[in-house]
Design a protein around this ligand. Structure first.
Ligand SMILES: Nc1ncnc2c1ncn2[C@@H]1O[C@H](COP(=O)(O)OP(=O)(O)O)[C@@H](O)[C@H]1O
Ligand SMILES: [Mg+2]
Length: 253
């Protein structure tokens, strides 16, 4: 059985059809890449799956349960965590303190959280361990800096750490590579691979196709709310509609 199955999902905003009859599924342990030009409905898809907005039609089945219309906090507690394309840290708190809240949350308490840190141990230490895991230099001052002062590269990593604190079964990343330098992306790729090997199933929405194709062996392309194709990176990039959708767009390889 698939971990997540999305069936005939549609979302309209007034007259705008942001998603139109989207169908896909992901199995435990997989990395699925989702691509599509700006405005094609990628973030809307995440928002529907994670309960931030209610889909207009369709079903979202997670581990056998229809989660469509559930509140976001309940969906998190079931094990789906997402990063935000526009990062929303607690700006006036130090970076590591941003992780204290998820480490005390019900999901972390229920599952033990990241390496059991939601149940026992000093959560300040666990938060610092977690930041180190995603690439903050442990001995530097960076983990102690106010989150609002961090550059994009660290904020993207903080987003990942916030999700990991909750011990997710399914992690959904909304353009975690965007705004990063080539070297920052290069260091992020092994991190994603490591998380996946440790058992986290991942949906990656990405514009950076070259790097995405290193980690995701199955890709779904959407354009103007329609699913165009699903297949291997080679199959997807050979598709005429995908080429057309990407022609002249910043997402081109
Ligand atoms: N809350 C909203 N209200 C109205 N329209 C929205 C809202 N969110 C997204 N849209 C519209 O839905 C379409 C898809 O947007 P989005 O999912 O953000 O695309 P992507 O993430 O692929 O760039 C766009 O036309 C966008 O303007
Ligand atoms: Mg988006």
């Amino acid at each position: 059985m698939a971990m997540l199955t999305v069936k005939q999902l549609s979302k309209n905003f007034g007259g705008v059809t942001a998603l139109n009859d989207i169908n896909f599924s992901i199995n435990k342990g997989e990395i699925l890449g989702v691509i599509g030009p700006n405005g094609s409905g990628k973030t809307t898809l995440i928002n529907c799956i994670t309960g931030f907005i209610k889909a207009s039609a369709g079903e979202i089945i997670f581990n056998g349960r229809n989660i469509k219309g559930m509140q976001p906090y309940k969906i998190v507690n079931l094990g789906i965590c997402r990063t935000f394309q526009i990062m929303r840290p607690y700006s006036s708190m130090p970076a590591y303190k941003n992780l204290i809240i998820p480490l005390y949350g019900p999901r972390a308490r229920k599952t033990g959280g990241w390496r059991g840190g939601g149940r026992h141990g000093d959560r300040n230490i666990i938060a610092l361990d977690l930041l180190e895991e995603v690439g903050f230099e442990r001995e530097s001052k960076v983990p102690y800096k106010l989150a609002g002062t961090l550059p994009t590269g660290y904020l993207k990593r903080l987003e990942l750490a916030r999700c990991l604190a909750l011990n997710p079964d399914l992690l959904i990343c909304d353009e975690v590579f965007s705004g990063l330098s080539m070297s920052e992306i290069a260091s992020m790729v092994p991190l994603i691979e490591k998380l996946n090997k440790s058992g986290v199933t991942i949906i990656m929405i990405e514009h950076r196709l070259k790097e995405l194709f290193k980690v995701a062996k199955r890709i779904m392309a959407i354009s103007y709310g329609d699913k165009i194709i699903e297949g291997s990176p080679t199959e997807v990039m050979a598709n005429e509609k995908v080429k057309e959708a990407y022609l002249g767009s910043e997402g081109g390889v």
